[in-house]
Design a protein. Structure first.
Length: 398
C-alpha cells in the first residue's frame, strides 16, 4: 500500500494538484483497502461498490465527493484513461453487442439462416461497427457508398476474393436488417447489389443468356393448344422459378384471378407460396384456358396421353418438353437442363428488384442463403447504378 500511496502522491503532484487536495484524497483512500488492480473493469466495479457503501454508511456529501474524486484519479493513474472515457467506450461496446444480438435473431428467425452463418455475419459486422466508431448516437443515414468502399479497401485488401465477397454480403445483409428495423439508411446503399455472393463450389451460377431466353420464348406456335401450353410451361419456369415437379400439380383453382396470384401447394418445405403474376401472363393463361384446355380436368396443363384418365401431366413429360425445346434450339451444355430455367428466373428477379428476400419468397426457399446459389448478378446493370465495385477494376469476371 505504501508503494501505491507514494506513486499516487507523485502522480497528483505531476497533475499540479495542491498539497491540501492531495492530503484530502489520501485521507479518504487510507480508509479503504486499495490494491494494485490489474483490470480496469475490476477497479471500476470496486469504485462503484466503495462509493455506494459510503452512501449507505451515511457519510457526508463532501466526504463522498472527495472519495469519488480520489478513486477517479487512481483509475486515471492506473490505466491512463479517465473513468468517464472508459465507461463511455464500454457502454458503446455493450450497445454494439445488443445490436449484433438483434441482427443475429433477425438472421436466424426472419431469414432462417443457419446458426453458423448468422454467427459468421455477426462477427463480420462487429469488425465493421468498430471500424466506423459506432455508438448509440451514430447516424446510418449519413453513411455513403464511399464509406463502405473505404472500409473494404482498408480492412479486406489481403483477403481472397471469395472471402471478401462473403464479408461484403454480410454488410449488405446488415443494412437490410437496419431498414427492417426502421432505422434510416441511405437509399443508395439499399439499392446497390454490393457484390456476388460466395457461390457453392466457388462457381458463379450459369443461367440462360438473353439470346437463349428469346429462342425459348419464340419456339412455340401460340396459335394451337399444344404450342401455347408448352409456351406457358417454359414461361412459368423461366419467369417465376417453378420446378418441373410443380408444373403438373397446378390446377385451375390455384389461379387467384381477383388478386392476380398463382398459389403453389404441397411444396418441398410443405409451405404454400403465393406468386404474383404479370398482366401478360394472366392474359395468356386466360386465352389458353378458354380456347384450348381440356375442360374435363381441373389440372391446368393436361397430357396428350389418351391413357391418362385424369389427364394429369407427369413430371417427366414436363421435363421432356423442356429438353426437347433445348435440343431443337441448339441450346447445349450439361448444366442446361430444366433447373437452368429456375436459376435464370432467380437471377432476372434479383437484378430487377435487388432483393434476395423477394426472390427467396418466390422460389419458396426457407433460407436466403439457398437463394444466393441461384443468382447471377447482372454487372452491366450494376454499372448503370453506380461506379464499378473496388476489386473488379471495371471488368466483369465470370
Amino acid at each position: 500500500m505504501k508503494c501505491q500511496t507514494n506513486r499516487f502522491t507523485e502522480f497528483l503532484r505531476n497533475k499540479k494538484y495542491s498539497e491540501q487536495t492531495i492530503r484530502l484524497y489520501l485521507n479518504e483512500l487510507e480508509k479503504i483497502d486499495i490494491v494494485d488492480f490489474k483490470s480496469a473493469k475490476d477497479l471500476d466495479v470496486f469504485i462503484n461498490s466503495t462509493v455506494n457503501n459510503a452512501k449507505n454508511q451515511g457519510l457526508t456529501k463532501s466526504h463522498i465527493d472527495s472519495l469519488r474524486a480520489g478513486l477517479h484519479q487512481l483509475f486515471l493513474m492506473s490505466f491512463g484513461i479517465t473513468i468517464k472515457e472508459y465507461r463511455s467506450q464500454n457502454n458503446s461496446k455493450d450497445f454494439i453487442e445488443l445490436l449484433l444480438d438483434d441482427f443475429f435473431n433477425y438472421s436466424t428467425n426472419f431469414k432462417s439462416q443457419t446458426i453458423s452463418t448468422a454467427m459468421a455475419e455477426k462477427s463480420h459486422i462487429r469488425t465493421f461497427l468498430n471500424y466506423i466508431g459506432f455508438d448509440a448516437s451514430y447516424d446510418f443515414s449519413q453513411m455513403k457508398i464511399e464509406d463502405i468502399i473505404d472500409f473494404i479497401n482498408t480492412c479486406y485488401t489481403s483477403l481472397k476474393e471469395s472471402t471478401k465477397g462473403r464479408y461484403i454480403t454480410s454488410i449488405r445483409n446488415f443494412f437490410r436488417f437496419l431498414d427492417y428495423k426502421n432505422i434510416n439508411v441511405s437509399k443508395e446503399i439499399l439499392d446497390l447489389p454490393l457484390v456476388t455472393p460466395n457461390w457453392k463450389g466457388r462457381m458463379v451460377p450459369i443461367v440462360l443468356s438473353k439470346e437463349e431466353q428469346s429462342k425459348l420464348r419464340n419456339h412455340f406456335d401460340q396459335q394451337n393448344g399444344i404450342g401455347l401450353r408448352n409456351y406457358l410451361i417454359i414461361s412459368l419456369m423461366m419467369d417465376y422459378g417453378l420446378k418441373c415437379a410443380e408444373i403438373p400439380a397446378i390446377t385451375i383453382d390455384n389461379i387467384q384471378w381477383s388478386t392476380n396470384d398463382l398459389i403453389i401447394r404441397n411444396t418441398k418445405n410443405n409451405n404454400n407460396r403465393c406468386i404474383p403474376l404479370s398482366k401478360n401472363t394472366l392474359t395468356i393463361l386466360e386465352r389458353y384456358i378458354l380456347q384450348f384446355r381440356n375442360n374435363n380436368s381441373n389440372f391446368l396443363f393436361t397430357t396428350i396421353n389418351p391413357r391418362k384418365i385424369d389427364l394429369k401431366m407427369s413430371t417427366e413429360e414436363a421435363r421432356r418438353i423442356i429438353r426437347a425445346t433445348f435440343r431443337k434450339e441448339n441450346i447445349k451444355g450439361y448444366w442446361k437442363g430444366t433447373h437452368a430455367l429456375r436459376r435464370t428466373a432467380a437471377s432476372n428477379l434479383f437484378n430487377n428488384t435487388n432483393s434476395f428476400k423477394i426472390v427467396s419468397d418466390i422460389l419458396g426457399h426457407e433460407s436466403i442463403d439457398s437463394t444466393t446459389s441461384y443468382v447471377r448478378v447482372d454487372f452491366e446493370l450494376l454499372r448503370s447504378i453506380t461506379s464499378p465495385w473496388p476489386g473488379y477494376g471495371g471488368e466483369v469476371h465470370d
